[in-house]
Design a protein around this ligand. Sequence first.
Ligand code: APR
Ligand code: PHB
Length: 393
Amino acid sequence: MRTQVAIVGAGPAGLTLAHLLDRAGIDSVVVEAKSREHVEHRVRAGVLEHGTVDLLTESGVGERLRREGLVHHGIELRFGGRGHRIDLHALTGRAITIYGQQELVKDLIAARVATGRPIHFDAREVTLEGIDGDRPRVRFQDHRGAQAIDCDFVAGCDGFHGVCRGAIPEGALTVHERSYPFAWLGILARAAPSRGELAYASHERGFALFSMRSPELTRLYLQVAPDESLAAWSDDRIWSELAARFAGEDGWRPNEGPIVERMIAGMRSFVAEPMRHGRLFLAGDAAHIVPPTGAKGLNLAVADVRVLSLCLARWYAGDAAALDEYSPRCLARVWRAEHFSWWMTAMLHRFPDDDSFQRKLQLAQREYVAASRAAAASLAENYVGLPFDDAGG
Ligand code: APR
Ligand code: PHB
């Protein structure tokens, strides 16, 4: 096989890149380790920034998203037994859209298949060769046997546990990392959301988050110990812990219903830089991870591949220096999101080793955000998403 860009990974990063490159008239081949069924049903993130929605809509994959996505104009911070609404729309003029990552993945795969350009699922033993030269190659195994893709560039969109980051020689990457002393237990429940907007609760017993996927599905999270086992959480324990952490003078609580999905996810902050080595470009979770408290992971992945598609289009049009912009432009946004995600996490979670001084500072920060328009506006502009830089657009 011969193509212009070999894309490793069919998550939001790889699929959005394939779509944007197709729109720019650039050929690509997508190689994904899992089955189509698997990637289309993996329950992950769900908050789309205003700019992410616009990009998807303008590029022609936003039709179902516009129809089924839930547009939210605010979020609630809940602490001290009270709810404090952050009016995202009044503070920024923008909104967010709730649309499950797996729904977006389905739309992007359908768009890919409609172009007739290749996408290979169930690829095993994916390896990269020659990323330091002009003719990289991606090899893999599938049901037909050994395959090779000769290409101009490789896009490493294979997530945190993929192979692409590891193909960069030791010493060429600098890694910045933070782990957190807790994890999130997430559930999807067949229950109508009992309020219209997300609620982030900070409680003595730990953090809790109320979200949703549709008028019939509620998504909820609880802060738990980092080594927590799902087996320790019966349905009753989950619901009573959620009720305790959301308890407030308004009497609000999430509706209960059958739990159709449950998982525990660790929390980390991670950045590998630069996001390019030779002819290999890392994008999305392959290059960086944020804790989910700021709802930035999916949006950052889309922002990366937007820049990559613009830089590649300029390179193919004869601008030899365009690709040098990729890593610094992405990293500027990545570090802003790293800070915001760390800050939201630090403000809202219970840290087991915090002393009373640290806890009082945390409370002062929450009260400031709830009371000050300037502080709330800062949260809001990060939450709805800062504008894309437009250099090279
Ligand atoms: N070869 C091919 N594909 C691979 C390999 C490999 N060796 N390793 C992993 N993959 C695939 C995974 O199966 C997955 O489909 O790469 C894809 C990576 O997708 P994501 O992990 O979703 O990462 P990304 O596209 O960067 O999207 C980031 O996803 O994890 C969420 O919250 C995160 O919302 C963020 C978003
Ligand atoms: C979700 O709906 O899954 C969700 C929402 C907001 C977050 C994280 C996850 O900050």
